[in-house]
Write a protein that binds this ligand. Structure first.
Ligand SMILES: Nc1nc2c(ncn2[C@@H]2O[C@H](COP(=O)(O)OP(=O)(O)OP(=O)(O)O)[C@@H](O)[C@H]2O)c(=O)[nH]1
Ligand SMILES: [Mg+2]
Length: 199
């Protein structure tokens, strides 16, 4: 079991190009880009509320290429919660989540207390759909995890995804809302403070 720390670590996994970075950037910065820039690994931080105090939500956006198995294992062992993303336009991308889920099972053991959200992204792409919502739901039932379809492009269910994931955490009371009364300047200061800086 990972140690209780002041960080709440969420790790985003999924095949290349399914929209992991797009979901994270939409949530953290409110932006979306059409161009595709593959990720190696990026981490974003935000202040959230935790057990009537505050803590840091740390989101790790992983690579879709399977070149770094050691990094993947480390991310799983340090992670408190997981987002498993496939694209509704690619059956293959749902298949590719299976070994990742199995590795989470192997490293974490009992998954009962670990928040996991299966996410079918790109639900705005109606014409190129290969995975029906019922297929995603069936997989989530099998894995006993939560499920949601999202679109980073249209901002459908993006904030809800992160809020739902935090709601699944039963060992701590974590929430995106701090006190709901912060002004814009305070929010911006917190955002800047929490930003990951490349030295
Ligand atoms: N239509 C549509 N396109 C999306 C959506 N999310 C991402 N994309 C596009 O899909 C491409 C890949 O998105 P990324 O977010 O970079 O994918 P990724 O999963 O981070 O890929 P890796 O970092 O290589 O693992 C980009 O061209 C995005 O614009 C979405 O919800 N709808
Ligand atoms: Mg990426």
């Amino acid at each position: 079991m990972p140690e209780q720390s002041n960080d709440y670590r969420v790790v985003v996994f999924g095949a290349g190009g399914v929209g992991k970075s797009s979901l994270v950037l939409r949530f953290v910065k409110g932006t979306f880009r059409e161009s595709y820039i593959p990720t190696i690994e990026d981490t974003y931080r935000q202040v959230i509320s935790c057990d009537k105090s505050i803590c840091t939500l740390q989101i790790t956006d992983t690579t879709g290429s399977h070149q770094f198995p050691a990094m993947q294992r480390l991310s799983i062992s340090k992670g408190h919660a997981f987002i498993l993303v496939y694209s509704v336009t690619s059956k293959q991308s749902l298949e590719e989540l299976k070994p990742i889920f199995e590795q989470i099972c192997q490293i974490k053991g009992d998954l009962e207390s670990i928040p996991i959200m299966l996410v079918g992204n790109k639900c705005d792409e109606t014409s190129g759909r290969e995975v029906e919502m019922s297929d995603g739901e069936a997989m989530s039932k099998k894995w006993k995890c939560a499920f949601m379809e999202t679109s980073a492009k249209t901002n459908h269910n993006v904030k809800e995804l992160f809020q739902e994931l935090l709601n699944l955490e039963k060992r701590r009371n974590v929430s995106l809302q701090i006190d709901g009364k912060k002004n814009k300047q305070q929010k911006r200061a917190e955002k800047l403070k929490g930003k990951c800086v490349v030295m």
